[in-house]
Design a protein around this ligand. Structure first.
Ligand SMILES: [Zn+2]
Length: 65
């Protein structure tokens, strides 16, 4: 038997805590998640220093059940 679970990858946007390397604060910005990987949605600015948050490090993503 060859069972293939063909789960579509769900891409969703969530608010996540992202570390801003410019102002060294953790801020909340929108991230895009597709399954197990998450990436900061491009084109966003840090709400603290107005710098590009593209290079930010995602610290915590609230997991939807
Ligand atoms: Zn910043």
């Amino acid at each position: 038997m060859n069972q293939i679970a063909n789960k579509p990858i769900e891409i969703r946007t969530a608010m996540a805590k992202v570390y801003c390397p410019i102002c060294t604060h953790t801020v909340e910005v929108a991230v895009r998640t597709d399954g197990r990987r998450a990436k900061v949605a491009s084109g966003q600015k840090c709400p603290r220093c107005a710098g590009s948050i593209d290079a930010g490090v995602i610290m915590h993503i609230p997991q939807a059940a």
